[in-house]
Design a protein around this ligand. Structure first.
Ligand SMILES: Cc1cc2nc3c(=O)[nH]c(=O)nc-3n(C[C@H](O)[C@H](O)[C@H](O)COP(=O)(O)O)c2cc1C
Length: 203
């Protein structure tokens, strides 16, 4: 049996990422989001253009996509309902969002210099992707949503996630991404039986 429903949100489970960008005053902004997916060496980031992050990426053409492991939920939660945009847009103010100029400070996360872009990486995240903007794809009007296509220029991986004997491969058994499943956080459960893709794309 399946039942037809009208869910308010369709967040069926995706990775949480923290996007760092530069504000106009050269301070860093940091925002959690979970509408991110990867294809080849590119990433598509779905966000409201009312966010400071989108404004910063369009102006500066660059960002860092930091991937928290599932144990960083408290830091992500400290960033929740905050915006680096002042004044706070009306729609966000109605949802109790507050302006916060020091996102790294309130999240208790450490900025780490990037190599090819100005926004800093998040030291506590095991994966950092330095990226440049390729194209902005607006959603259908009157939505304020955009999908930002970014090219990943530099990939930093914590050594403990690497596959033994294969320096350019992440060991999936060692990486436990933070997943937002509807509005709750999850880690991954156990590995399932063999995938036919593994021998094709693996080491
Ligand atoms: C776990 C999580 C996932 C989120 N996913 C998205 C998302 O995919 N797209 C989006 O526009 N906002 C998302 N948000 C809300 C943004 O974090 C929020 O709009 C924030 O104010 C953006 O910060 P900024 O205005 O400083 O860029 C998410 C928030 C959390 C906590």
């Amino acid at each position: 049996m399946h039942t037809v429903i009208k869910p308010k949100i369709l967040y069926f489970g995706t990775s949480v990422v923290l996007i760092s960008t530069m504000n106009p005053d050269s301070t860093p902004n940091l925002a959690p989001m979970s509408s991110a997916w990867w294809l080849n060496q590119s990433c598509m980031l779905g966000m409201s253009s009312k966010s400071q992050t989108v404004q910063n990426i369009i102006r500066e053409q660059e960002c860092v996509i930091n991937l928290p492991a599932s144990n960083l939920t408290e830091a992500v939660d400290r960033l929740t309902l905050l915006t680096g945009r002042s004044p706070v847009p009306e729609t966000k103010a109605a949802l109790s969002y507050q302006y916060e100029p020091d996102k790294f400070g309130v999240a208790e996360l450490t900025p780490l210099a990037s190599q090819t872009v100005r926004p800093p990486r998040v030291q506590e995240c095991p994966i950092h992707l330095e990226a440049t903007l390729v194209k902005v794809h607006p959603f259908e009007e009157p939505s304020s949503l955009v999908a930002m296509e970014v090219r990943i220029d530099k990939v930093h991986i914590k050594d403990s996630l690497l596959m033994e004997g294969h320096p350019h491969y992440v060991d999936p058994a060692k990486w436990n991404p933070m997943i937002m499943n509807f509005c709750e956080y999850f880690g991954l459960s156990e590995q399932r039986p063999a995938s036919k893709l593994a021998p094709v794309f693996g080491p």
